[in-house]
Design a protein around this ligand. Sequence first.
Ligand code: OGA
Ligand code: MN
Length: 306
Amino acid sequence: MPITISPITPTFAAEVGDVDLAQPLNSSEVEEIKQAFWQYGVLIFPEQRLTEQQQVAFAQHIGPLESNIVTLNKEAKLRITPDLVDISNLTANERIWGEQSRMRQFQLGNRLWHTDSSFKYLPARASMLYALTVAPIGGHTEFADMRTAYDALPEEKKLRLTGLVAEHALAYSRAKTGFTNFTDAERTNLPPVPQVLVRTIPETGRKSLYLASHAGRILGMSEEESRALLAELIAHATQRQFVYTHRWRVHDLVMWDNRCTMHRGTDFDDLRWVRDMHRATVSDIANTCEQEGITIPPAATESAHF
Ligand code: OGA
Ligand code: MN
């Protein structure tokens, strides 16, 4: 039976049926999934039963996994394989985290609009989030279509954004939620990195805004001007008409293209309900400045502080 693709809007987010991601996929199935992925940016695969290894194997059809930043914190006790990111409110002993726990403070950053790993020189291309336990109220994930948001900008704005480069750092987004408790290894290994503000997605030729709460400064602009422009663009891109809200069901796998979407988790009573999700994250092929052919002098990012 062929795979079925049911678009949620004509250009953004689609549900994919008649495929079992636990089974090895043949090359035509992989190709169909990839084509739908480039086109819709967010794909929803309901009713999947996946082990950790099966989720990893599916992700590797899209590209190599990125390394998990949790490994930079030697004290972190892991509940799941380090090949996957633990997006849950559970400790290594499967208990709900404490109100003041480091993990909780750290994950608050997922409630801000972002795209995964834009704070890494080589950011994430795709993320696949798999729901094992969902909260009965809240705990949705919202996705914004950054291509349609770009298309909707006035022409003079598009011209003004051309060639601009922002500096992204995990410390920038975490500062917004009050988290400063980084380990030495995290500080050393996660310096600010340059990323373009507008990128072209090769598979579709579509232009896209590339923004995140990790973006702190635009090269060549004052802090105030940078902050105002980034806030304005994020507000523009996350207007209702560009956003799909995913209300999770157990065993959904949702896959998004980090190159042309932003996402955020919504609030839920995380001290009461268990919400357990596992994320596989696939690396992009190069830094966004390299992909756009923009050369950044190394000194340009030096003034940044962690
Ligand atoms: C993520 C993320 C938000 C959520 O997994 O990358 O940002 O709703 N998740 O859990
Ligand atoms: Mn995320």
